[in-house]
Design a binder for this molecule. Structure first.
Ligand SMILES: *Cc1c(COP(=O)(O)O)cnc(C)c1O
Length: 398
């Protein structure tokens, strides 16, 4: 009975998505997520991962994960607040705080969970959250979960932020007001204007929350966008992920000891979901050690980003206004964007098309994520394929 009803609900919806070409078919990666990946038995240059520093399949991280698995087991066995806090979790949090130059840190099972847990641990329905319109889905969901009034402001528009902050303060309707933003925006690669944000926050008494998922391991010699601007003690919440540049899985909040103490009793994914596996925690610690010992990988990432950008600009592509290695090729029209991505794949370059509703209509782009692990030869090959396919589709001049 219930199966039949569910089927009736899902059939037309799935059909509609498929008819509109909006049903996402997921590619399977047949091996590690390195600079070259195997998909459908074919080796292609991978321009789609968040494995910025090439750490996801790093031998040292694998070794540390194996050692910790032998020592602690494959699972933590409980949530952090019962008895799933192991020595390795405490060590990870201590290393994160040192690396971020904050008093303390708390680790979660994912960056998504951080936003689910941290926002609603502090903000309530008596409060307001001012949110950049291009903030990540997990920020949006975390804000909704808190019950606070959500005030969307124009992307990176400091005048609009100032206006919204002033209005919210003068309304007298809210106990607290927070401004929340991505540190690095993943679709365009632009960086939050933190010095100005801090200034506005001080003027209007806003709490500040920076989700630096794409900035950690990338900006500030790896320590993130807040560190890049030298504002470590002026941002209340620094969120990071352990799943992108760090190469493993997990997320964290770095901040004052008091904030972390509070999150440890109020952030629900910390209280009600089993902790990170010991192997993942150990691998994350090793990733931080590697970034602390040398800036070599971060430097290589930026050099590769610079090289790719220069090459694409010289070919005549519009790469938007990225300030980070994230390099979109903005095409505009949705079907043409899909077509470009498909042709790149046929020619051995795996770069995903990103179209409406992920980005605004008419701003479809193929997004390139260079990493430290790409060689110059690979990037030259990527550029050669872009030239060939771009001319073929009339995206660039012959
Ligand atoms: C990717 C991302 C997340 C989610 O991080 P996971 O660790 O993959 O769950 C959260 N916030 C932002 C801004 C992201 O880009």
């Amino acid at each position: 009975m219930s199966r039949k009803v569910l089927e009736d609900i899902l059939t037309p919806q799935l059909q509609e998505l498929r008819e509109k070409g909006l049903y996402n078919v997921i590619d399977t990666v047949e091996g590690p997520n390195g600079p070259i990946v195997t998909i459908n038995g074919k080796d292609v240059i991978n321009m789609s991962s968040n494995n910025y520093l090439g750490l996801a399949n790093n031998e040292k991280l694998i070794q540390k994960a194996n050692e910790a698995t032998k020592q602690y087991g494959v699972g933590a066995g409980a949530v952090r607040t019962i008895n799933g806090t192991m020595t390795i979790h405490n060590e990870l949090e201590k290393r994160i705080a040192e690396f971020k130059h904050t008093e303390a840190a708390i680790a979660f099972q994912s960056g998504f969970n951080c936003n689910m847990g941290a926002i609603s641990a502090v903000m309530t329905k008596k409060d307001a959250i001012i949110s950049d319109e291009l903030n990540h889905a997990s920020i949006i969901d975390g804000c909704r979960l808190s019950g606070a009034k959500i005030i969307r402001v124009k992307h990176q528009d400091m005048d609009d932020l100032r206006r919204a902050a002033k209005e919210a303060v003068e309304s007298g309707a809210y106990e607290k007001i927070m401004y929340i933003t991505d540190g690095v925006f993943s679709m365009d690669g632009d960086v939050a204007k933190l010095p100005e944000i801090v200034e506005i926050a001080e003027e209007y008494g806003l709490l500040t929350y920076v989700d630096d998922a794409h900035g950690s391991g990338v900006m500030g010699n790896g320590a993130g966008t807040v560190k890049h601007f030298g504002l470590s003690d002026q941002i209340d919440f620094q969120i990071g992920t352990l799943s992108k540049a760090i190469g493993v899985v997990g997320g964290y909040v770095a901040g004052t000891q008091q904030l972390i103490d509070w999150l440890k009793v109020r952030a629900r994914p910390f209280l009600f979901s089993t902790s990170l596996t010991p192997g993942a925690a150990a691998a994350c610690i090793e990733a931080i050690n590697i970034m602390t010992e040398s800036t070599e990988r971060v430097d290589q990432l930026w050099e590769n980003g610079r090289y790719l950008k220069e090459g694409l600009i010289n070919l005549g592509f519009d790469i938007g206004h990225s300030e980070t290695p994230i390099t979109p090729c903005i095409i505009g029209e949705e079907t043409l964007t899909q077509q470009l991505s498909r042709r790149l794949m046929e020619e051995g370059v795996y770069a995903k098309a990103i179209t409406y509703p992920t980005v605004p209509k008419g701003t479809g782009r193929v997004r390139n994520m260079p990493t430290a692990a790409h060689t110059k030869e690979m990037l030259d090959q990527v550029l050669a394929v872009y030239e060939k396919v771009g001319k073929e589709l009339g995206v660039i001049q012959v």
